[in-house]
Design a protein around this ligand. Structure first.
Ligand code: C5P
Length: 239
């Protein structure tokens, strides 16, 4: 299997076609962005860390019976994934108040929710990825009601598996974002990445933030935080 031409460049990844029409080659970049691209930096080691962490987490989710696009890690910064059509929705699951929800609703951060909350955001940079309702999803024809049910169901299942996994690593899964894609035969599977770029992870004892909030809020070294996550979840260490 060979890497072919660049199909798409996102904020954090490059996507290449391959000699297999059902497989794409992903390269994780070192760029960090926040606030819809307003804050940017190049951080050595970030691509390697997210590639490794995402690979470990997707393999774990596969073992837990959650179908996803991950095939294999190819190199420090590259992985092979199944080709899907990404549904332009960000599915956010929250266990503890933080981030945009805390701000929007005027509530304190760090309060454990009685029930996890699922939210949908419309993936559109020009609109700033707005929060949308299920009726808006119908209006924009982004997914059918049955597909929305699948997204919510799988997102909640991923939350149970990831929360239990991180709990054992002395980490609290505060919230996270998922993206889903459609395979050629019309199945909806988990795609994109699951990493400290897309999850909020707090140390269970100290509440130390070990995720992209370190970059968003200038709390210290992002790679130090991500290395800690990788070490706890059992990856190779590079420090
Ligand atoms: O900013 P907000 O509180 O809505 O983020 C909720 C979760 O979704 C966080 O874990 C954040 O890292 C993730 N997220 C993301 N990509 C975005 C927006 C949020 O991975 N574009």
């Amino acid at each position: 299997l060979q890497k072919q031409e660049l199909l798409y460049e996102g904020k954090a990844k490059l996507v290449y076609s391959t000699t297999d029409e059902n497989v794409v080659w992903i390269q994780y970049k070192n760029s960090a962005t926040a606030f819809n691209g307003e804050k940017k930096a190049d951080i050595t080691g970030k691509g390697r860390l997210n590639n490794e962490i995402t690979s470990l987490l997707f393999s774990m989710l596969t073992q837990a019976g959650i179908e996803n696009h991950f095939i294999e890690r190819k190199s420090e910064t590259e992985q092979l994934v199944k080709k899907v059509d990404i549904i332009p929705l960000e599915v956010v699951v929250r266990n503890i108040t933080a981030g945009s929800m805390a701000k929007r609703l005027g509530i304190e951060e760090g309060i454990t929710l009685e029930q996890p909350i699922v939210e949908f955001y419309y993936k559109d940079d020009s609109l700033g990825d707005p929060l949308i309702t299920e009726d808006h999803i119908q209006l924009l024809k982004l997914a059918t009601p049955a597909e929305v049910d699948i997204l919510k169901h799988v997102a909640r299942k991923v939350n149970v598996v990831l929360s239990e996994f991180f709990e054992k690593k002395n980490l609290r899964l505060v919230d996270f974002k998922l993206e889903f894609g459609k395979t050629e035969d019309g199945r909806i599977i988990l795609a994109d990445e699951v990493s400290p770029d897309t999850c909020r992870l707090w140390d269970k004892d100290t509440n130390e933030k070990l995720d992209k909030d370190v970059f968003r809020r200038n709390l210290g070294s992002l790679t130090d935080a991500y290395e800690k996550i990788l070490a706890r979840i059992g990856g190779e260490q590079h420090v």
